[in-house]
Design a protein around this ligand. Structure first.
Ligand code: ADE
Ligand code: ZN
Length: 340
């Protein structure tokens, strides 16, 4: 398939995205507005140049610092309306039918944002996206490795005190090398006991043992990235045996430079061949300049996937989601129908 035909076709196929950070789905224009508000008098072009400087990093921890600087530009909970408006545009541009998105409250809570106001905004905006597009968005609170276990526990407590149906679980993003899974076991157990789903970034910046820890200590339902599973044959078999899905984000891994230097080196193909339930995701579209249909195109044009194989990966995006079995089956049937 030629590129233009591929994009036309894939935009029309129903698909879910399961690994996306809400603060990074904001458009460049919106960040530019925040920047100009923070530095009054600066021109649009100069602001753009300054922001672009933030988007160069040599590793995951450098990226996380840039991410925190972007979060620093939000002035109040009212700014969340703009992120969700950008999320809505992103959903429509990419023909997405269902989203599970991370929201990372730590930096905002530290700035003094009121958690219950944040939750009210998430709820109202998720309902607005649903009204305007028909698409369900569900939120996973990223309790974060970066600020330690006490901060993660605080995030969980705030969440439990402010339950809304739109927030369905917790995730563990942030610095994998500085925040090992064992520090967060108790937080994840408490989340599960309270009926929350759990996922964790693992094997993004640390060897395969970190993925074992995520599945054995945190007992997560899905692993974010999971790149270093390629190091351990037994782990790959165990992921298959337990039906644990990987939320692969190939372009993100190229940008953070730890284990893959190019898309063609990415182990996604190997994981698929091993029978692991893999899904395709963008992670941080603002930072990596990539949207969901681009990830599918890259898998097709640079990573050796056929269109028929990508159809399985599209279906995996629903199968690996936290939707109920009936909705998963209906979405998979809709994929077959759209495929023709
Ligand atoms: N927060 C946003 N993107 C992330 C990533 N790729 N890894 C860890 N934390 C993140
Ligand atoms: Zn991520």
């Amino acid at each position: 398939m030629e590129k233009a035909d591929f994009y036309d076709f894939f935009r029309k196929i129903p698909k879910a995205e399961l690994h996306l950070h809400i603060e990074a789905v904001i458009s460049f224009d919106s960040i530019n507005k925040f920047y100009m508000r923070k530095f009054p008098g600066i021109g649009k072009d100069e602001a753009a140049r300054e922001i672009k400087k933030l988007f160069t990093y040599d590793n995951l921890d450098g990226f996380i610092q840039a991410y925190l600087q972007i979060q620093e530009m939000y002035e109040s909970v009212a700014d969340f309306d703009l992120i969700f408006s950008d999320l809505k545009d992103y959903i429509v541009r990419n023909g997405i039918s269902y989203v599970e998105v991370f929201a990372a409250p730590s930096a905002f809570v530290k700035k003094g944002f009121d958690f219950s106001a944040m939750v009210e905004s998430y709820s109202r905006n998720v309902r607005k996206v649903k009204e305007e597009t028909g698409v369900d968005v569900r939120i996973l609170i990223d309790v974060s490795r970066t600020f330690g276990a006490e901060n993660a526990e605080k995030n969980l407590q705030l969440l439990l005190a402010n339950r809304i149906p739109e927030i369905i679980g917790i995730g563990l993003g942030g610095s994998e090398s500085k925040g090992p899974c064992r520090d967060f076991g108790a937080v994840f157990e408490k989340a599960r006991d309270n009926g929350l789903f759990t996922v964790a970034h693992a094997g993004e910046d640390v060897d395969a043992f970190s993925i074992w820890d995520a599945i054995d200590i945190l007992k997560v339902s899905r692993v974010g990235h999971g790149v270093t599973a390629f190091q351990d044959e037994a782990l790959m078999k165990e992921l298959v045996r337990r039906g644990i899905a990987l939320e692969s984000c190939p372009m993100s891994n190229v940008f953070t430079k730890r284990y893959v230097k190019s898309l063609s080196e990415h182990p996604l193909r190997k994981f698929f061949d091993e029978g692991i339930m893999v899904t395709l995701n963008t992670d941080d579209p603002l930072f990596f300049g990539v949207e969901l249909v681009d990830e599918y195109w890259n898998a097709y044009s640079q990573m050796g996937f056929s269109a028929a194989e990508l159809k399985e990966i599209v279906k995996n995006s629903f199968r690996a989601s936290f939707l109920d079995e009936g909705r998963k089956a209906r979405f998979c049937a809709a994929v077959d129908e759209a495929w023709g």
